[in-house]
Write a protein that binds this ligand. Structure first.
Ligand code: ADP
Length: 188
């Protein structure tokens, strides 16, 4: 089982994916977390992407594709994989299709979390005061939203056209409520 958890910044992808990992044993592959770890370790990749991420822009497709290509085969050894933060462009989605096809696999579902824009902003600003992520400033948040609308929203249309199972789940309310909806809609 290979799923994508999809949604705008602040929609709760990371929170729900972590929960699906601990309770449903789906391996959580978060490109955002991987990149943040590269930045904090000061690796070559980390040094390349630090400024881009802090500004809220998308990291080049090539960098992301290399990261996923390196980690996907091992993640696929378990019960299933949940991709979080990838694919974020149609070009990334096309590469993912090729990667999976080469192994005789295909995407099982896309779980799309929907949250109204004002609530997204409130959530990220609240998180900013707790976690202090460098891209949780007003400017970077607005750039991330812009990138989402400009490049990432099209990924959902890409999957819709290909007939991939898309489950849109209401992402408002507490993490428990959202998890309950995921459970009942996806039967996960
Ligand atoms: P959020 O969804 O809250 O914006 P993420 O942790 O998923 O946060 O991503 C943080 C940042 O990491 C993005 O703004 C972008 O700079 C970079 N990033 C993560 N995944 C990708 C990707 N698939 N393609 C390009 N950039 C990415």
């Amino acid at each position: 089982m290979i799923g994508v958890i999809f949604g705008p910044p602040g929609s709760g992808k990371g929170t729900q994916a972590a929960r699906l990992e601990s309770e449903r044993h789906l391996k959580h592959l978060s490109t955002g977390e991987i990149l943040r770890a590269e930045v904090s370790r000061g690796t070559l990749v980390g040094r390349q992407v630090k400024q881009i991420m802090a500004a809220g822009d998308l990291v080049p497709d090539g960098v992301i594709v290399d990261i996923v290509r390196q980690r996907l085969p091992e993640a696929e050894q378990g019960a299933g994989v949940l991709l979080d933060g990838f694919p974020r462009t149609v070009a990334q989605a096309e590469v993912l299709d090729e990667m999976l096809k080469a192994e005789g696999h295909s995407l099982t579902f896309v779980l799309a979390l929907t949250v109204p824009e004002q609530e997204l902003l409130d959530r990220i600003l609240r998180r900013a005061s707790v976690e202090g992520r460098p891209d949780d400033t007003r400017e970077a948040i607005s750039e991330r939203m812009h990138e989402y609308r400009k490049l990432t929203a099209a990924v959902l249309d890409y999957y819709r056209k290909r007939g991939v199972r898309i489950e849109e789940v209401d992402g408002t309310g507490t993490p428990d409520q959202v998890f309950g909806r995921i459970h009942s809609q996806l039967r996960l």
